[in-house]
Design a protein. Structure first.
Length: 225
């Protein structure tokens, strides 16, 4: 069974075919109780499929939510490799603090640490990969927003976007849409306006040689061009 376009009549942020082409709806073969309400169906091969309508709705909600905060009050983390470039692009466009890669213990809890920050909200790519960030955020009362797949537990997470948080294209599209919604909610672009970057520019790059490019390396290459 597949998601058919005529089954979803709501006015989505983008066409349903674009969500499906990016694999935003593709989950895993594990479906937690926490994510049950966001699951559209279970395929015959046991793969859980997310409800794209829920993803779309949450992107809208989260865009408005994050737009309420000053830029310096939001920090974006992503230990998951494919989330590092798109999350960093979002942070750059929205003026948020970006800390891709391994989370350094004490970042949110140790004032003596040189990299210590005090955000009001953190945005993460995967509750499992970013569990240390969640732990510290919970300890100091920071709001946690997360991209969550069908296999994620939501303990310690305050607001989620149900999405495939393991795919390059899925993460690029969701972060791109979220960036656009934040800027729309701020009034920095028109309600029907777009941003001056493509989804492709939000996508984690893998060179023909098979070598991956990190968010920091991509930033350096952009500055050199």
């Amino acid at each position: 069974m597949a998601i058919e376009a005529d089954q979803i009549t709501e006015d989505l942020l983008i066409g349903l075919d674009e969500y499906l082409a990016a694999g935003v709806h593709i989950g895993t073969r594990i479906g937690t109780k926490s994510m049950k309400k966001f699951i559209y169906l279970i395929r015959s091969d046991g793969l859980y499929v997310l409800d794209v309508r829920a993803t779309d709705e949450r992107i809208r909600t989260l865009g408005k939510f994050l737009a309420r905060y000053e830029s310096n009050q939001v920090a974006v983390f992503s230990a998951r490799q494919y989330g590092q470039v798109p999350s960093s692009k979002l942070a750059k466009k929205c003026g948020f603090r970006s800390l891709p890669g391994r989370f350094i213990p004490g970042t949110l809890t140790n004032p003596q640490f040189s990299g210590f920050i005090e955000p009001e909200v953190i945005l993460i790519t995967d509750p499992r990969a970013d569990k240390q960030a969640i732990k510290e955020a919970n300890k100091v009362g920071v709001v946690v927003v997360a991209m969550c797949d069908t296999d994620n537990e939501l303990k310690g997470v305050d607001l989620i976007v149900p999405t495939n948080n393991k795919g390059r294209k899925a993460l690029a599209l969701v972060y791109w849409l979220l960036t656009r919604e934040i800027l729309r909610a701020r009034g920095e672009i028109p309600p029907d306006g777009s941003i001056d970057m493509s989804v492709e520019e939000f996508t984690f790059k893998v060179l023909q040689s098979g070598i991956s490019i990190t968010a920091d390396e991509e930033e350096q290459l952009e500055q050199e061009q």
